[in-house]
Design a protein around this ligand. Structure first.
Ligand code: PSV
Ligand code: MN
Length: 414
């Protein structure tokens, strides 16, 4: 049976269950996920930076690779950039944006880097030395200007700030410094721009992290104002944390701004999203989809404006293929979340039918949505099997011979 016949069978059975298959297909056709420029360059562990044949050496090569991922999937039209790694050699951000456009992609979130200079040994915005705080602030404000030049509406902030020893610094003092710094950045956001605040429970600091959890990011965002929101990175939680509950809470408060998808087993593992726990990914999408389809405000509008990004740097599995797989895993999880029969579920929840409610939710998870995704890809005019198409495209061999294997992680170095 070809994939279209398989789709017709699936569509018939879903229709009989009362699911609007046309609406599901349309929703899937507009799903978008941003990929990270840094995922196309070399990366490594804390112990070794591995050179991968064909890994992008320049920002333009990263854009080319992101454009290839979009060509294969039809759902990754944006590329997140990291400054200064992606600073154009000639400093011309407008030409850089135009280059991306010519390749069929656009610049997404701007990610400042306030963790790689020597001055940041004791932190950036929370650094005890005012001169070092000033350096971080200058860079963050420069990134606000870059947003305008590349037409980005998201400033994505992750800070490595924290302390390693009790007594090393004043915890409240650091909080005050952070608030003051973030306030200044907020004031410089371009019109229509949003500031997303990412949290991470540990690393590189081990005793305290200045923005360790969603509650801290939430409190900071609330104080700053409506253009500051929380960014959830799936790798940044302790084991056992119920991330979908955090998502639900933040949606309900209108404070969920963005997502960094990846998968973790221990900490910030950067594994292909959905590779360790696809059920968790489904449950997260279930919250997002439930809110987007509801009539509850501000959850509905918030869910419809979430900036979806992948934040993964692959070291042993290649570069583009795992990125394509990550995009597809998000597509699959989203598709399943669209099949949840929400009215029926609400009924079962209301009457306290615990197992029936649980079963109804997992029914959607169990559906083999591959024929549905094949149909969506047909309609998007992208390959039905994107990984296979990528392997057969010759792109991987071409970049390997053209670019060779380099040691650097690619892009502008200070
Ligand atoms: C470091 O943990 C990190 O992975 C954060 O998740 C950031 O989003 C990313 O690097 C880019 O700076
Ligand atoms: Mn992240």
């Amino acid at each position: 049976m070809n994939h279209l016949d398989q789709f017709e069978n699936l569509a018939d059975s879903l229709t009989q269950q009362g699911i609007d298959v046309a609406a599901v297909t349309e929703a899937l056709k507009v799903q978008k996920i941003e990929t990270p420029s840094w995922g196309y360059a070399n990366s490594g562990t804390r112990f070794k930076n591995f050179g991968w044949p064909g890994a992008a050496r320049t920002t333009r090569e990263k854009i080319d690779d992101a454009a290839m991922v979009h060509k294969m999937t039809g759902m990754a039209p944006l590329v997140a950039i990291h400054i200064p790694w992606d600073k154009p050699e000639d400093g011309d951000y407008v030409a850089f944006r135009q280059y991306a456009q010519e390749q069929g992609v656009q610049i997404g979130a701007v990610n400042p880097n306030v963790f790689q200079d020597n001055q940041y040994r004791l932190g950036s915005l929370a650094n005890p030395n005012p001169a070092n705080r000033e350096l971080a602030l200058d860079h963050l404000l420069e990134c606000c200007e870059i947003m305008t030049k590349v037409k980005s509406d998201v400033l994505s902030l992750w800070f490595a700030d924290g302390t390693n020893y009790a007594g090393q610094d004043s915890l409240r003092g650091r909080k005050h410094r952070f608030e003051a710094g973030l306030n200044q950045v907020y004031e410089h956001l371009p019109a229509g721009g949003r500031m997303l605040i990412e949290y991470k429970f540990f690393e590189p600091a081990f005793y305290s992290t200045d923005i360790p959890d969603w509650g801290t990011a939430f409190a900071l965002a609330l104080k700053l104002g409506e253009y500051a929101q929380v960014l959830v990175d799936l790798g940044h939680h302790a084991s056992g944390v119920n991330i979908e509950q955090i998502v639900a809470f933040l949606l309900d408060e209108g404070q969920l701004g963005g997502f960094h998808f990846n998968n973790r087993k221990y900490a910030d593992d950067d594994l292909v999203v959905g590779s360790v726990n696809p059920y968790e990914l489904f449950l997260i999408y279930n919250e997002l989809t439930g809110a987007a389809l509801s009539s509850d405000e501000p959850a509905k509008t918030t869910a419809q404006n979430v900036a979806y990004m992948i934040d993964q740097s692959h070291n042993i599995e290649g570069k583009l293929a795992p990125m394509i797989l990550s995009v597809l895993n998000c597509q699959e999880a989203y598709a399943k979340s669209l099949l949840v029969q929400r009215e029926e579920l609400a009924g079962l929840q209301g009457t306290g039918e615990v197992l029936a409610a649980h079963n109804l939710l997992t029914e959607a998870y169990r559906v083999d949505v591959r024929p549905l995704l094949a149909k969506v890809r047909d309609e998007l005019e992208v390959p039905v099997d994107p990984i296979k198409a990528y392997r057969e495209s010759g792109y991987e061999g071409a970049i390997a011979s053209e670019r060779g294997t380099v040691d650097s992680s690619g892009g502008y170095q200070n």
